[in-house]
Design a protein around this ligand. Sequence first.
Ligand code: AMP
Ligand code: MG
Length: 344
Amino acid sequence: MRLRRLLIIGAAMLVISCEPKPQVWHTEFPAFGTRIEISIAGVPEPSARQASDRIKVLFEALHHRWQPWGDGELGRFNAQLMDTGSATGDAELLDTIRQAMAYTRLSGGRFNPAVAALVREWGFSQAAPISAPPDRTKLMELLAAMPRQQQIDWFPDRLVSPAGGWAIDLGGFAKGLAVDRAIKLLREAGIENAIVNTGGDLRATGRRNERAWRIGIRHPRREGVIAGIDIDGDESVFTSGDYERFFENEGVRYHHILDPETGYPAMGTVSLTVIAGNGALADASATALFVAGPGKWPELAQALGLELVMLVASDGRVEMTAAMAKRVMLENPGQLNVIIVDKP
Ligand code: AMP
Ligand code: MG
């Protein structure tokens, strides 16, 4: 009897393992200075390929369009801003900048795309970074040139501010907008199950066949991941980290996320992860909360309506919301000093 039951179980397992595995289709290509990976489930390969090709064309166009310096749309816009403080561009670009700057207000100025000239001075706009902090007087000059929100007048194809010497950097927001557009494009093609991953920042929708999508959050100081997360539905996971672009000078790490209050890299945070519904909110918020820093981010997260946030501080502490603690599967939790922050 026992043997028969075992045989039946054995046969059932065989049937399961013989079933053809549903495929997940992958592709990757470079854009936005990183590797873009697209994973699509539940549709035939030709549909997946066609939709991915369209995303590739879109991302290449947006990348060129949103370069802060050079001959793209934003580059030309910024040249005018630097010169006079006013600039004309197409309505879509103006709309994007305005959308980005709405987060400046919402984040109490921590996320501020008007930092472009400062980012360039720090050497983070060019391929080869500098090796020592820029001249302080020059930084203060660039900081003083950034307009306050109330000083900017918006028109459908024009932005007017009192004086030049500043420009727009969409680097903290572009990937979020791009993944949102990619997911929209996939849906229009009838694709509901996909991940669009822009170098670790991603939006996932639907499922990986019968399972949720499982994704990893990069460990900020080691190879591998610090945590895994399952996504079943539609969510964006964005991480801002001090390891993406930086140089070290006299034992200090100077990285690419600037505090718009000081003109210097925001200190105290190593990485900050946000899970939110759409990419634009997740991307802008990750940058803003990174700047807010340890102990200070919970209040801003609440103001931004975010429940899922995790911060790794420079002293190794890991701060997260209770909701985030329920979602993340930490690698080596015993080695981490985790602090749950329930209320600001
Ligand atoms: P992220 O990795 O999304 O945090 O974006 C970082 C990039 O955004 C930098 O490389 C800069 O181009 C730009 N950036 C730096 N500091 C800020 C800031 N405080 N607000 C908005 N954008 C910023
Ligand atoms: Mg960002």
